[in-house]
Design a protein. Structure first.
Length: 91
């Protein structure tokens, strides 16, 4: 009988602690404050913009390198490529 009472006391005490935490309703906005939260959001936007910019730069660099390879092809490579397409009279 005493064991049951101890268990019930433990459960009710733990339940009260959880209830007070959920009732307080603390969230990130309350903990950090408006100013810090706005700074974090701005930082997130800046990081997204930076990653998009880097992706665009990488795509542009890849395009430039492809153009450079096309310009630097030898006559033999061009002839071979033309023959693979099946458009020449020499194929």
């Amino acid at each position: 009988m005493a064991k049951k009472q101890k268990r019930q006391k433990q459960y009710t005490h733990a339940g009260k602690a959880e209830a007070t935490d959920t009732k307080s309703g603390l969230n990130v906005k309350d903990i950090l404050g408006e100013d810090a939260l706005s700074k974090l959001k701005q930082l997130e936007k800046d990081m997204k913009a930076e990653s998009e910019r880097k992706a665009q730069e990488a795509a542009e660099q890849k395009r430039r390198e492809q153009e450079e390879r096309e310009r630097n092809k030898s006559f033999g490579e061009l002839l071979e490529e033309y023959g693979k397409k099946g458009g020449g009279k020499f194929s």
